[in-house]
Ligand binder design. Structure first.
Ligand code: CTP
Length: 404
């Protein structure tokens, strides 16, 4: 299977000859689904051009803490704290003896070192230098210090070096670096590489140009599921109704829709290519038969709203499900909860139903927590305690993986 690494990577490139492999490393990361922000040292510019790395990563390459000569004649500050917090992982490859020494001493004379000092995520270095420099007691002591501070080393490898000598000091090959990151940071998951369709949030059914029928769903549960599925390596198609949430998780593609009809169209075009669909959206069951073209005036005679049912998207997916596809639905119930949820599981041809009871404190719309019961097609029932929506997403996907 192709490599899957949907993570935000801050890639530090320092000034060694192995930087000629950096473009390949950026490509390998991007191909695996990573978002890559390159931060180069000044010395690295002598070995590889920022243009090459910005083209391959799709983001401007950064070098200076303060960029002078901005178009307006002023200076721009590159916010190292924000950059470090953005990253899921900091990878410095190649890491020269000089940069390793500065890291070990806590020096901070460029943007990359400032990012390293600000990082709270895992940090990996791929040392690359000539064999005597690598063997040098100072370099070894610095690596020891860094390992003691939980910095992980990848390589170096033994082999032919740029000097013509042979020994330890070759930077690990780009694909092998990505493999090392995957092995260290990705839990093996059956969802890796799968396509998952997730619906989230409410829908709005227009009454007139300013009014609509809606509901209190915020989309938090659906977004939590999308982010967790992507973290496991799934390629997520997130179809979201009107919500205040956004996600920049690598692996999640978000499509924003407004009405149940738009959500149905978006799902129908995506469902065929998906292995799993999770319907967490609170789709309106009814919509006005006619949408007034002008705003309804309060002085006018009150005309009762005529409603018609919307299409049940989940039921459509259940009816069109192919044998390899798995379907997860939600059931928000206020009475006869278990029985109603089991009814939905059968009626809509689901593999798993997530039962939300509005009777539970801290569960349901708007909360950061949820309390759900999972019922699967084999009649296994998993009653979960009150958890954050992020932890609930983990439990739902763990249960789903058992059904794959
Ligand atoms: N759903 C959907 N399209 C709709 C309505 C609901 O895809 N038009 C999905 C929801 O995303 C959820 C599940 O169906 O996963 C449960 O929806 P719900 O409205 O609770 O159940 P219904 O089957 O509509 O039954 P009832 O209204 O009787 O509870």
């Amino acid at each position: 299977m192709d490599r899957v690494f949907p993570r935000k990577v801050l890639l530090g490139v320092t000034g060694g000859i192995a930087a000629f492999k950096s473009p390949l490393l950026v490509r390998a990361l991007v191909k695996a689904g990573a978002q890559v922000q390159v931060v180069m040292t000044r010395a690295a510019h002598d070995f590889v051009t920022p243009l090459t790395l910005s083209t391959l990563s799709g983001r401007p390459v950064l070098t200076e803490l303060v960029e002078r000569g901005a178009a307006d004649g002023g200076a721009t500050w590159n916010d190292h704290v924000h950059l470090a917090r953005w990253a899921d992982v900091v990878l410095i490859a190649p890491a020269t003896a000089n940069t390793l020494a500065k890291m070990a001493q806590g020096l901070c004379d460029d943007l990359l070192l400032a990012c390293y000092l600000s990082a709270t995520c895992p940090v990996f270095v791929a040392p690359a230098m000539d064999l005597e420099m690598f063997r040098d007691a100072g370099t070894q002591a610095n690596l020891e210090i860094l390992r003691g501070r939980a910095v992980k080393t990848i390589g170096p490898e033994n082999g032919e070096l740029a000097s013509g000598l042979s020994g330890d000091g070759r930077m690990t090959e780009p694909d092998a670096i990505v493999d090392a990151l995957i092995a260290a940071l990705m839990k093996p998951s059956k969802l890796a590489g799968m396509r998952i369709l997730i619906t989230a949030g409410p829908t709005q059914e227009a009454i007139d140009p300013v009014r609509y029928i809606g509901n209190r769903s915020t989309g938090k549960m659906g977004f939590a599921l999308a982010e967790e599925a992507a973290a496991r390596g799934a390629l997520v198609e997130l179809v979201a109704g009107p919500v205040a949430l956004t996600t920049d998780r690598p692996g999640v593609t978000t499509s924003n829709v407004v009405s149940a009809a738009e959500m149905a169209t978006a799902c129908k075009t995506r469902f065929g290519a998906c292995d799993v669909a999770i319907a967490s959206a609170a789709v309106a069951d009814w919509r006005p038969t006619k949408v007034a073209t002008a705003k309804l005036k309060k002085g006018a005679e009150l005309v009762p709203l005529q409603l018609e049912p919307t299409e049940d998207i989940l039921a459509w997916m259940g009816a069109n499900k192919r044998p390899h596809q798995r379907l997860v639905g939600f059931a928000l119930e206020t009475s006869d909860e278990r029985k109603n949820a089991e009814g939905k599981l059968v009626r809509k041809n689901l593999d798993l139903v997530v039962l939300n009871s509005l009777n539970d404190a801290g569960a349901g719309f708007g909360h950061d927590t949820n309390k759900v019961t999972l019922i699967d097609r084999d009649k296994n029932v998993e009653e979960l305690p009150l958890k954050t929506k992020a932890d609930t997403a983990i439990a739902i996907l763990d249960h789903l993986e058992r059904l794959l």
